[in-house]
Write a protein that binds this ligand. Structure first.
Ligand code: GAL
Length: 669
């Protein structure tokens, strides 16, 4: 076994692909492997859902096919990423232990066998079985140097699986409550259970916060979400611990979905991994974001995705461990799971791949090699069609391979940002639990701020609430109702300008109104109190003026009592909308995009951060001297750069749906 140099799982930019040898005739494997290598792919991810083939009956293992697949792929020059198959417990296991199945919190029905992710994070049996199969695989392949690393499970919590209403979930939740609150009267007080006679007399009598007549206590719901998040992390940590001792030189990653969809503290989830991976499906995700609320934008970007939405998740991924990451699954054509599934515009597969690299990815791996002619994902494109002919994405991958060749000799440090945007799953929990008005969702609020910053061509680090903020000039906290103490201290000591969005500081740790009203602990920075909150219909706007211009407030609007803070923006009635004490700003409303642009322009200027407004569909980013520009629009545009510069891809003229890459060391960070 050769000891690999541990650089986070990769030594250079590279491409890969997801492959399921067990789904194809063995006689195709060698040719598949040859074609992968000839295309310029370096990595192949296998084994992900193969439990029923690896262990057809309890304790009876069939490794022959996997050994042969590894031989074939490795002999063709590919490096292998091996997955643990825990996302798909086989039928024999479910038959022997039906209690593994999760229970849907909404309907109360058991979610049965026949698809995937049919396990309950609370199940001790499944925890044991998942650890067992992970260890068995790691014992066999952990010292095989053809295998460079591991992917655990698949997309933890996808398909709304972080929550379950099973009996085991209830028992585990009761035990969790006992550990957290110590005695039942403390829990009753913390949750305010006197309201509506919800008091419990023992931990054993605590219900799950589902299926009551109307809403259950928000504090109860928050506690359940905290518990569920910890439980997912505990499950995942156990799977990692089962692999580590047997795989000392191989890395371990996991392919994440967006943080808001996991409902889990992804910063904690990522902690024991060597690096994180992300599954990038720009079209479907963008359609879910825009489809119903902004149909004209959804139409405009239906073949490209919103220019900032993919990048938002790429930056989220980089921030999870503050280092490079992989795209483990990159959409190569139409998918099968969104409300509509258009073809990407020609050029977009290459653009998305290069954009991932611009934001810090080291490896991009396409999902999947060959379109499956059977089972659930027949309508999902691969690099090959089901008959093994080459799909539209093939040529774009060839283009990317050439570009990576040109980038290979260059140093490629991670993007450097002077702006940090803080994210915490608790913000999403609070707005899911207590909507007050529809549409004011934390992840959409955060995205609006992010998009405004990217439209000003500013690099953004998306960080957790315990991050070191000392290197930033501007810290933006779009939504954080519960402000943890360490963050409060850190915000008090850094020099950055800090912008808080509405609802920040509005809740205590146990989902109550702070003693001094909102923004609670933030009153140590800002001399204000929230008198009341109103939420508005999505089609209502209220005008306010800021530095002589008129903008609009929407959805969520607070009425502030202002002490010593200066009023920076106000409504016609004189009511304050943006206030400031020194370097701390509090924005008490959600607004239209033009206002956020103007506000952030001013804050960036004040914080000495360079910015420039870029045309709507063009985005810039740099990694050291390597500069990238992406055009999500249909029409060509001229980049505002010197044409004497050395272009590695494209030129100053940037056609629609394409990328330019050039070298510029004059302003390299
Ligand atoms: C991902 C998943 C893959 C496949 C793909 C389809 O979420 O990890 O297994 O289902 O979606 O787009």
């Amino acid at each position: 076994m050769t000891k690999q140099v541990f650089t986070g799982g990769h030594t250079a930019l590279a491409l890969g692909v997801c492959y399921y040898p067990e789904q194809w005739p063995e006689q195709d494997w060698a040719d598949d492997a040859r074609q992968m290598h000839a295309l310029g792919l370096h990595y192949v991810r296998i084994g992900e859902f193969a439990w029923s083939r690896l262990e057809p009956r309890q304790g009876e293992f069939c490794f022959g096919w996997l050994d042969r697949a590894i031989d074939t792929l490795a002999s063709a020059g590919l490096k292998i990423v091996l997955c643990t198959p825990t996302a798909t417990p086989p039928k024999w296991l479910i038959d022997a232990h039906p209690e593994i199945l999760p229970v849907d919190p909404v309907s109360g029905h058991t979610r049965g066998f026949g698809s995937r992710r049919h396990y309950d994070f609370s199940s001790p049996v499944f925890l044991r079985e998942a650890s067992r199969i992970s260890a068995v695989l790691a014992q066999r392949y952990g010292c095989d140097d053809r295998i460079v690393g591991w992917q655990t499970d698949n997309e933890l919590c996808c398909h709304d699986t972080s929550h379950s209403a099973s009996n085991t979930a209830r028992e585990n939740f009761q035990a969790w409550c006992e550990r957290r609150y110590g005695d039942i009267s403390s829990l009753n007080t913390a949750w305010g259970n006197v309201f509506w006679s919800m008091e419990y007399s023992s931990f054993a009598s605590i219900e799950l916060p589902f299926n009551a007549v109307t809403e259950t206590n928000p504090a109860h719901q928050l506690a359940y979400r905290r518990f569920a998040s910890e439980q997912v992390i505990h499950f995942h940590n156990s799977c990692i611990e089962a692999i580590r001792p047997h795989a000392p030189s191989q890395w371990i990653t996991h392919n994440f979905i967006p943080m808001k969809d996991t409902q889990v503290n992804c910063f904690d989830l990522a902690r024991p991994l060597d690096f994180v991976s992300y599954d990038s499906y720009p079209l479907g995700r963008s359609e879910f974001l825009l489809g119903r609320e902004q149909p004209e934008l959804a139409r405009r970007y239906m073949r490209t995705g919103h220019p900032d939405y993919t990048a938002y998740y790429l930056d989220q991924c980089r921030g999870l461990k503050n280092r490079g990451f992989w795209i483990m699954e990159q959409q190569p054509g139409p998918v099968n799971w969104a409300p509509s599934n258009p073809r990407p515009a020609p050029g977009m597969v290459a653009l998305w791949t290069l954009e991932a690299i611009a934001h810090g990815a080291d490896v991009v791996s396409f999902f999947r090699w060959r379109q499956a002619p059977f089972a659930q994902e027949q309508m999902h494109a691969g690099l090959l069609r089901s008959d093994r002919s080459k799909s539209d994405a093939w040529r774009e991958v060839e283009t990317v391979v050439r570009v990576l060749g040109a980038l290979a000799p260059l140093p490629l440090p991670q993007p450097v940002a002077q702006v940090a945007l803080l994210a915490d799953v608790s913000a999403q929990w609070v707005c899911d639990i207590e909507q007050q008005g529809q549409k004011a969702e934390a992840h959409k609020v955060a995205f609006q701020f992010y998009s405004a910053l990217r439209g000003l061509s500013v690099a953004v680090d998306i960080l957790g609430v315990d991050a070191d903020l000392s290197a930033y000039a501007l810290v933006v906290i779009p939504s954080l109702p519960i402000v943890p103490d360490p963050l409060l201290s850190s915000l008090g000591t850094i020099d950055a300008t800090v912008l808080f969005g509405p609802r920040c500081g509005a809740k205590t740790e146990e989902f109550g109104i702070p003693a001094q009203r909102a923004p609670g602990v933030l009153q140590s920075f800002l001399d204000i109190r929230v008198n009341s909150v109103e939420t508005l219909r999505p089609d209502v706007r209220e005008a306010f003026s800021y530095r002589g211009e008129t903008f609009h407030s929407r959805l969520w609007c607070e009425d502030l009592e202002v002490g010593s803070a200066s009023v920076e923006m106000s409504y016609q009635s004189g009511r304050a909308g943006l206030v400031r004490n020194g370097r701390y700003y509090y924005l008490s409303t959600l607004t239209d995009d033009p206002f956020l642009d103007r506000l952030l322009e001013n804050l960036l200027t004040g914080a000495d951060v360079d910015w420039r407004k870029v045309p709507g569909d063009v985005r810039y980013l740099r990694r050291g001297q390597v500069c990238f520009a992406f055009n999500y629009g249909e029409t060509s545009t001229q980049l505002a750069v010197d044409d004497q510069l050395e272009f590695l891809l494209g030129g100053r003229e940037l056609p629609g749906h394409s990328a330019s890459i050039w070298l510029d060391d004059r302003t390299a960070d």
